[in-house]
Design a protein around this ligand. Structure first.
Ligand SMILES: [Zn+2]
Length: 278
């Protein structure tokens, strides 16, 4: 029997190769990459149009601090000028929950919209952003990491202040526990790093929920660092959407789970801001 098998090795190898090639061709012939472009089939053009049509795409602006120190911190007056620019250009500021609810629907938003988010949770959110957001009546989302929140501190954000922000139109969401680089934790893949990773994603959600007494829906990756496995972890943890710092807008007709945000830095000119939101 063994001898028969040995003698037939070349035949078996040939059958294996031919079957493999057939399966490969069958699969790729069906895929778009292999299909010759058909005149009038404007699939990719439609997609491109979707992305460039501002009524369908929503940039999510990402800010950090408002104390004018460091590349990610703006002066209050600069931030006010950004907010005023949106108002003057008739660009509607949409809250993240409303935006997320509209994802995957076919209807356009009717006009140009942007969403606004802040990361980390500095004291300036309470002292400066809250009054400014009320002045413009803009819904904003603030992603906090829980190690940055104190129970009682003069110069920091506290749980009490976060509750006031949350009730005042600045919705608080999760940005992990310690602001660790989750991708690095994931790559380490030891029992300790796995436990920490679990805490950063799952436990941060529970902690904020306990303090705010409501469901936390979103997670923003610290440093914008993530991979597919981390996205899946967030999904299992019960987050409805996750937010990166990947460049670009979000197309409303696509129900993406991982959404892009546009970092706004201190040295951006008003011309550049206009370009991003117009
Ligand atoms: Zn951050």
């Amino acid at each position: 029997m063994k001898q028969v098998y040995k003698n037939n090795i070349p035949v078996l190898a040939a059958i294996f190769l031919i079957t493999g090639a057939a399966v490969y061709l069958l699969l790729f012939w069906r895929s778009a990459a292999f299909r010759p472009p058909v005149q009038g089939d404007a699939g990719w053009e439609v997609r491109q149009e979707e992305e460039t049509d501002r009524r369908n795409s929503v940039p999510i602006l990402l800010y950090h601090n408002i104390d004018g120190k460091g590349p990610f911190s703006l002066d209050l007056e600069i931030l006010r000028s950004h907010f005023a620019l949106l108002k003057d250009a008739d660009i509607r500021v949409i809250g993240l929950p409303e935006f997320v609810d509209r994802l995957g629907t076919s209807g356009s938003l009717g006009g140009r919209t942007v969403a606004i988010s802040f990361d980390d949770g500095f004291l300036s959110m309470y002292t400066k952003l809250l009054p400014l957001s009320r002045e413009f009546n803009y819904p904003i989302t603030l992603f906090v990491y829980t190690d940055n929140v104190y129970s009682r501190a003069e110069k920091s954000i506290t749980w009490q202040r976060l509750r006031e922000l949350d009730a005042g139109g600045i919705a608080v969401e999760s940005h992990s526990i310690s602001h660790a680089d989750l991708l690095r934790l994931y790559d380490r893949n030891g029992p300790e790093s796995r436990k920490k990773l679990f805490d950063e994603i799952y436990l941060s959600k529970r902690i904020i929920e306990l303090h705010l007494n409501r469901k936390i829906r979103y997670f923003a990756f610290p440093y914008g660092r993530y991979n597919l496995a981390l996205v899946q972890m967030c999904r299992h943890a019960g987050y409805e959407r996750v937010f990166s710092t990947d460049y670009g807008s979000n197309v409303i007709t696509r129900n993406n789970y991982c959404l892009r945000r546009r970092h706004i830095k201190r040295d951006y000119s008003s011309g550049l801001i206009e370009k991003i939101v117009h």
